[in-house]
Design a protein around this ligand. Structure first.
Ligand code: NAI
Length: 330
């Protein structure tokens, strides 16, 4: 039996985690969940919101399913998510965005995968106050990280029968930093003649994305553009309740929804578990349990197609009703 780290988070985290564990169990796949708590309560009792036991567990098991964890704003501890990504060198942020049955959006045919570089760019956090009226932030791009993410995007495309990998930059203006990202992509692309290549500037991408999103397949972007464009794409497919994600490194991977801990609806049996379910489906594919991934995906799509929707999507199903409906289609 495969052991997987389960970080159940806080806010709506425990409710949606329980839903996903129930669904996977009902699918017939046996998983030994290694439950690891993290967040504010853990910080009080163990002195850190992300104690070493959590990182050790993910390192040992190689895979984690993670629900959102609250980050205090403006004070308190650093984001558990950022710490986890750093500690495990989870360099690729993967966000597949695809239309789902019965979820009304502006566009049909959206099926784009965002591959975002997760370790550098303006996120390196190198900033300085030059004087009272001037601040600087340094954008760091290295060939090593850029080639690594481009290779990840092309390998993902190959493995998932994708046709094109499009690189997104602003290399006309940031000729050195984005220029290096683009050059790294071009170097890596030479080894993948079977995948179509495309280059686009990020401003043009945003315009095209809201005019005709179905033209895009796999996108590879530096950290900041990736952050912004992936939220834009989440909006195209129905918003936070359905936006899945994963952070993947050389030796381990953490699968988690894009949304946060939604304290406004925590404990009310209202949370939509779809984003965590989709993240778990991607996780099952990662551990080569494709048959179970397909089975759960079909049950989820059938549930949506029958109009069973949670409140955020205009329906009236509770978290538990929705979970039970999915289980009934397994
Ligand atoms: P949020 O994503 O938690 O909530 C934004 C809005 O979307 C709220 O109205 C919420 O009710 C709704 N929403 C989010 N997920 C939903 C779901 N599954 N079903 C139904 N409605 C849902 O963003 P917010 O309020 O900015 O952040 C709350 C906390 O979460 C903060 O402490 C933040 O730092 C943390 N956070 C954690 C993340 C993680 O652990 N990966 C990611 C993003 C935020």
């Amino acid at each position: 039996m495969r052991t997987i780290t389960l970080i159940n988070g806080d806010g709506i985290g425990p409710e949606i985690t329980e839903a996903v564990v129930k669904i996977i169990d009902a699918s017939g796949l046996k998983i030994d969940w290694d439950l690891q708590t993290a967040g504010a309560l853990v910080a009080e009792s163990e002195g850190s919101p992300l104690p070493p036991r959590v990182i050790d567990s993910v390192k040992k098991n190689g895979v984690a399913l993670k629900a959102p964890v609250t980050t205090p704003i403006g004070k308190g501890f650093r984001s558990v998510n950022v710490q986890l990504r750093k500690a495990l060198d989870l360099y690729a942020n993967l966000r597949p965005c695809k239309n789902l049955p019965n979820i009304k959006t502006r566009y049909d045919g959206v099926n784009v995968v965002i591959v975002r570089e997760n370790t550098e760019d303006l996120y390196a956090g190198i900033e300085r106050q030059v004087d009272e009226n001037t601040a600087e932030s340094i954008k760091v791009i290295t060939r090593e990280a850029s080639e690594r993410i481009a290779k990840f995007a092309f390998d993902y495309a190959l493995k998932n029968n994708r046709k094109e990998v499009c690189v997104v930059t602003k290399a006309n203006i940031m000729k050195l930093s984005d220029g290096l990202f683009l050059d790294s992509y071009r170097n890596v692309a030479k080894a993948y003649p079977q995948i179509k290549q495309r280059e686009i500037l990020v401003d043009n991408l945003c315009m095209q994305m809201v005019q005709n999103p179905s033209q895009f397949d796999v996108l590879v972007l530096p950290n900041l553009y990736g952050d912004i464009v992936s939220d834009l794409c989440a909006g195209l497919i129905g918003g936070l309740g359905v936006a899945q994600g994963a952070n993947i490194g050389e030796n381990c991977a953490v699968f988690e929804p894009v949304h946060g801990s939604a304290p406004d609806i925590a404990g009310k049996n209202q949370a939509n578990p779809t984003a965590l379910i989709l993240s778990a489906i991607e996780m099952l594919r990662y551990i080569k349990q494709d048959a179970y991934a397909d089975k759960i995906e079909n049950a989820l799509f059938n549930t949506l197609a029958k109009g069973v929707l949670t409140k955020d999507l205009g329906g009236n199903a509770s978290t538990i009703d929705y979970t039970d409906a999915i289980i009934s289609y397994l």
